[in-house]
Design a protein around this ligand. Structure first.
Ligand code: SAH
Length: 224
């Protein structure tokens, strides 16, 4: 069985191996501490608890997956979170990434489109003591206008294009990480920054494989 400490070591190694692409060879100790703190075994299905600290994505039901721990670490790192930050996550899934964000930021809102997963994540997050996370069921590509603007936005499903509503809801000085590309095809993790004047710049960080960001309509969901 892989232990939590072995996982942290593996994430640290993978960060070094990908540093020329990501621009980060050392992960922020606070990010690593958050990964040490959150009990991933609480967020994976009971049948996968043995594999909770393997550096791999795992199925969580409804055709979705809990992301690979290295990817969770890297995306969190790229957000450069400060303890006063107001964060939005699109794609709650298991709630694991939500918990990692909650360790590092002031407020976290997370949106999940599949009601069954949203309900399960809500129960696990409450049981693990993350009472201050705000959860919503719906289409996260529209953002959460009532809570905007956000210092950081993280999207954990692959979009064909960056949803304009999310760019709009990013505060000047804000950061967004989002996988962009085709479902099951080529995807790149992108890091967007909105400067103080509102100008958005974007760079490609790494090629990745995420489940697709679906839209709220039934037709799209069948395709997704
Ligand atoms: N962060 C999650 C990753 C889950 S996979 C974790 O660590 O477990 C991505 C999730 O995004 C899935 O649960 C999927 O249902 C959800 N999703 C897909 N399209 C969405 C949309 N438009 N709005 C909100 N959630 C969406």
């Amino acid at each position: 069985m892989t232990t939590r400490q072995q996982l942290i070591e593996e994430i640290t190694r993978e960060a070094q191996d990908t540093a020329s692409l990501t621009g980060r060879d050392r992960l922020d100790p606070r990010v690593l501490q958050a990964l040490r703190t959150v009990r991933r075994e609480a967020f994976v299905p009971a049948t996968a608890v043995r594999h909770a600290y393997v550096n791999a994505p795992l199925p969580i039901g409804c055709g979705q997956t809990i992301s690979q721990p290295f990817v969770v670490a890297l995306m969190t790192e790229l957000l450069d979170l400060r303890s006063a930050d107001h964060v939005l996550e699109v794609g709650t899934g298991s709630g694991y990434q939500t918990a990692v964000l909650a360790e590092l930021a002031d407020t976290v809102g997370s949106i999940e489109i599949i009601p069954e997963l949203a309900a399960r994540a809500a129960a696990v997050l409450a049981a693990e003591g993350y009472a201050r996370v705000a959860l919503r069921t719906g289409d996260g590509s529209l953002g959460w206008p009532e809570r905007a603007p956000f210092d950081a936005i993280i999207v954990t499903a692959a979009a064909r294009d960056v949803p304009p509503a999310l760019v709009e809801q990013l505060r000047p000085g804000g950061r967004m990480v989002i996988p962009v590309g085709e479902a099951g095809g080529e995807q790149e993790l992108r890091l967007l920054r909105k400067d103080a004047g509102g100008t958005v710049t974007s760079r490609s960080v790494l090629s990745v494989a995420f489940v697709p960001l679906t839209s709220g309509t039934r037709e799209d969901r069948r395709r997704g």
